[in-house]
Design a protein around this ligand. Structure first.
Ligand SMILES: [Zn+2]
Length: 317
């Protein structure tokens, strides 16, 4: 059984594909689009099962097992995403398949150079009987319009908190319930993020520290004392900055009246910063992230960031 299959089968994208199959109207090309790479990837495998398994994707038969082991004879993927890999892949479209249907998969179409994406056009323009393309994309803007217009789009929305909670209630994954609940609460509907959070037991402790420090961002003196709470050992700064950016993003949405599910832990900061301050914070955090890449000292980056945050908070008050 594919991981998360119950959750993936609960998406509108999967249900659309399923109704195409049962109505005998399978399209020659589907583009699976979403921000969550884990879900895009999983849905591609699940779609293969739905198309090739005679029980519509039972997850148990030989066909489904081959798909999960990635060795089904009628499924092709490029060996790389460069010109030679895609050229060789396209040639396979015309090779006779073992069964009635052949599936051509590109999981990360958006990572292919637009010039190389062009190689696919001919086989998409003149569909061949028994050949189905499944294309995955995270960044839709990086996909050629000519490919988009020849595909049936299956868009993936973030999961709701209820969907994720029900899934983890039904499927024990060997982690404490409280950790899973925290991860569901802070993943903003992304399964990939939820999984990262579940596997990172120090994350929520770090997040509490960052919230505490932001709450105490009042005067330079207090600020310096607070900063000491953030331990900068082994690459921790990048992680603190990610958390800060996430928190500011959630606050920004909430203050602009955009509904954000979960993340109630940041509400203690709602009255600490106004909209203008948060917009500026986001900018400052991004600048700090760039500095990490230019090998500035972590302590200096953090000092500098806090001083600037204090300034912004004062100027935007
Ligand atoms: Zn099956």
């Amino acid at each position: 059984m594919l991981r998360y299959s119950a959750l993936l089968k609960d998406t509108k994208a999967y249900k659309t594909l399923q109704s195409d199959i049962s109505a005998g109207r399978l399209n020659h090309c589907y583009m699976i689009m979403g921000e969550d790479e884990l879900v895009v990837d999983g849905l591609i495998d699940l779609s293969c099962e739905a198309i090739l398994c005679k029980d519509g994707g039972c997850g148990k038969c030989v066909v489904c097992q081959k798909i999960e082991d990635k060795n089904h004879e009628d499924i092709f993927e490029p060996k790389n995403l460069k010109a030679d890999g895609i050229r060789e892949f396209v040639e396979k479209v015309y090779v006779k398949s073992e069964g009635n249907i052949k599936i051509m998969i590109i999981r990360e179409l958006d990572k292919i150079d637009p010039k190389v994406q062009n190689f696919l056009l001919k086989s998409l323009e003149e569909p061949i009987d028994g050949v189905v393309f499944l294309l995955g994309a995270i960044r839709q803007s990086a996909v050629l319009d000519t490919i988009k217009s020849r595909s049936k789009k299956l868009s993936l929305a973030p999961f709701t908190k209820r969907q994720l909670t029900e899934f983890f209630d039904d499927n024990y994954i060997g982690k404490p319930k409280s950790l899973v609940e925290e991860a569901v609460d802070c993943c903003l509907g992304s399964l990939a993020r939820c999984e990262d959070l579940i596997n990172d037991e120090e994350y929520f402790g770090d997040m509490s520290e960052v919230i505490f420090v932001l709450k105490e961002l009042t005067s330079t003196k207090v600020n310096l004392k607070m900063q000491k709470r953030l331990d900068l050992k082994d690459g921790r700064l990048a992680r603190y900055l990610d958390i800060m950016q996430l928190i500011c993003g959630v606050l920004l949405k909430r203050k602009s009246g955009v509904h954000v599910e979960g993340f109630d832990r940041v509400n203690v900061l709602l009255d600490s910063f106004n909209l203008a301050t948060l917009v500026n914070f986001n900018e400052l955090i991004m600048q700090a992230k760039e500095k990490i890449e230019s090998y500035c000292k972590d302590e200096n980056i953090l000092d500098n960031l806090f001083i600037k945050m204090m300034e912004v908070k004062y100027l935007c008050r």
